[in-house]
Design a protein around this ligand. Sequence first.
Ligand SMILES: NC(=O)c1ccc[n+]([C@@H]2O[C@H](COP(=O)([O-])OP(=O)(O)OC[C@H]3O[C@@H](n4cnc5c(N)ncnc54)[C@H](O)[C@@H]3O)[C@@H](O)[C@H]2O)c1
Length: 357
Amino acid sequence: MKHENLLITGGAGFVGSNLAVSFKRKYPRTNVIVLDNLKRRGSELNLVRLKENGINFIHGDIRNPEDLNLGNKIDLMIECSAEPSVLAGYSQNPLYVINTNLTGTINCLELARKNNAGVIFLSTSRVYAYDALNSIKTEENEKRLDWQSGQQIKGWSMNGIDTDFSIDTAKTLYGATKLASEIILQEYIGAYNLKGVVNRCGVIAGPWQFGKVDQGVFTFWMLAHYFKQDLNYIGFEGRGKQVRDLLHIDDLFELVDIQASNLERVNGRVYNVGGGRQISLSLLETTEACERISGNKIKIGSDLKNRLGDIKIYITDNKKISDELGWVPKKTTTDILNDIFSWIRENEQQLKKSLQI
Ligand SMILES: NC(=O)c1ccc[n+]([C@@H]2O[C@H](COP(=O)([O-])OP(=O)(O)OC[C@H]3O[C@@H](n4cnc5c(N)ncnc54)[C@H](O)[C@@H]3O)[C@@H](O)[C@H]2O)c1
């Protein structure tokens, strides 16, 4: 990678901290700086790890442009700071999610513009309209819901959702603020000759994710099994058959690394990025895997009420990104859950304290 100064916003979080450590290990001469306001519970645990890996931490808030006067020349920014919960703003004031995910991102783009830095933007599959996703006809199998084949829907196939899928109706405040930021990024690319790329990621999973009920479901599920805490299958009749694909954070690093070295080539591109059909799980299947790996069986109840904006099935169609960049995810669902389990076991006491388990 030719970049000398890499800034990762939200760099104490799950994605940001893992990317920071991986970049620093692969490119020891690159100055890796992370900025984070430590809003996410657990992110503070990453500070020791970042320091041990020679990464510079700045305690700052992307909502404040003053916090982004870094005094360093930045040549690449990976924007990972966010309020990433799909429920954000629903039962409380929406200003935090809007001010961080939209206004804060614009502040980051300003920093990039002033530095003439490239931007890799971590967006989300949640930019797609949830009613449209839920209107794809499904069938119920023993352990999971699946789509019915043979439907004619733009942007959908049995392989998953591609970037042509509908963004027309509501998508959650989280998804809407991310989509709005994508649009502004495209304007910065057009107006200021900034180089940037958008990754609309499905669920990303792996070690150092501080999973909670509304975000980071696979870690949340494994944490509950490890610490023997009750869970609920929420929505879609409470049977745990909803499905997500999942992507190991190491596979995401591989992709972002390719993009960082090929920014001219990927400039302005918007990609869907995820595990794909082969790397997907229903909650029911996740329970079975967590039981097998942890050796623990816990009580799992049913909450029949659907959560606003929740979706039955999300699977990424990676065709566009695989065709263009030759990238394919490699880590299986078992690799991902095994890695999460080992991380919890190695950090049991710290996690107990920080997550108040
Ligand atoms: N984890 C996933 O499954 C997933 C899926 C799709 C997209 N993404 C995107 O990837 C990015 C990283 O997500 P993550 O899973 O690491 O979430 P995370 O919550 O672990 O990390 C986000 C970090 O941003 C920080 N932050 C929040 N508000 C901030 C602010 N105003 N100023 C500075 N820092 C702030 C938090 O403290 C946290 O450390 C986000 O943009 C998210 O939308 C994540």
